[in-house]
Design a protein around this ligand. Sequence first.
Ligand code: NIG
Ligand code: FE
Length: 411
Amino acid sequence: MTVLYYNCSEIIQVEDAGRIYKRGEEMKDVAILHDAWMLVSDGKISAIGEGSYEHLNFEESINMKGQKLMPSFVDSHSHLVYAANREDEFAMRLAGKSYAEIAAAGGGILNSAAKMQLASEDELLEAAKSRLDALIKMGTGAIEIKSGYGLNQSAELKMLKVIRRLQAESPVSIKSTFLGAHAIPEAYKGKVDDYIDLVIDEMLPAVVEESLADYIDVFCEDGYFNLSQSMRVLEAAKAYGLPAKVHVNQFNSLGAIKPMVDLGAVSLDHLEVMNEEEIKYLAESQTIATALPGCSLFLDIPYTPGRQLIDQGAALALATDLNPGSAPSGNMALMIGLACSQMKLRTEEALVAATLNGAAAMELSEELGSLEIGKWANFIVIPSEFSMASIPYHMGHNLISEVYLKGEKVV
Ligand code: NIG
Ligand code: FE
């Protein structure tokens, strides 16, 4: 089936030169086609252009009535599968307790892990599906989802199976990450190396055996896993062919940036706390730097130095970190708004970070993340009175009138 979308006042493409990500200065290039059309064959973009479309062959044509098309958002870091919200902990923070104090008292990730043990695969799937539906309406067309609230083999596998089922049932492109080393279970307090052994010797082989993960992740942080424990997990997973996407430098720098870049991490995420040397090393590497501004907003911690990273040449991505403890918003338009107002990105840079560079952080940028010939027709439509700049300006207000995934209208 070939469908023509015509009468688009703008098609905001993000990329037109086949680059798999944009770094530094390139992040300011966002090509815009005016008076434009796009041809979609079997879910993929087969032609795109301005002006006359008389020469094209198609079976159906859709008049977009002057609306604007842009690529769907790519959320390259989320914890979408979880058992319960944690409003109670938010109330505790409002009453003066810190995130670290709540975690130390058995709240935080351990609270989510306790609830995870009791939830069935079907319940988790239903809850995740309804969250994902809400994200689709806000323009998310691809998402990475982590385990990490199981913290034992059966519950970690349960989470990963839910992610695989979502993948099979959803029009959204999904990648899955094994985060067994997300927090230290109560029974392993003071015996953290034993937990790392369990992750490496038992959980990881089981995850690999059932092909349940595309990536490995670790929470490398004081009170969680130190650098050498983190590296052990990443190296073991690398030997099985799982590349790394890692939680680093959220509250403290443990010196992880250089060794993890050298290991070949696909992305390093959080990065709220970075020194000059780390910014430079990451900015000059092939690893995507992923900022999670919703977490900074919600926990009231510093924002990732996105401006400095881009100025020094980094490929920066933006993601939501959607999770019940530190980042309850899955709204990518809000992340773009925060990146502009708080991290001092230009609209173009934030848009590239939330689309093409996010896709690169999931190794999907050859098939989505921009509106280019050969890629999936994953796009959102905004009414003609709005522009690209309206997205950060409206700070998370949903401006989207229609959503298409793989050429199918889903909203
Ligand atoms: O990315 N930093 C580690 N993990 C999550 C938070 C998890 C939670 O509080 O439930 C994050 O912020
Ligand atoms: Fe996270």
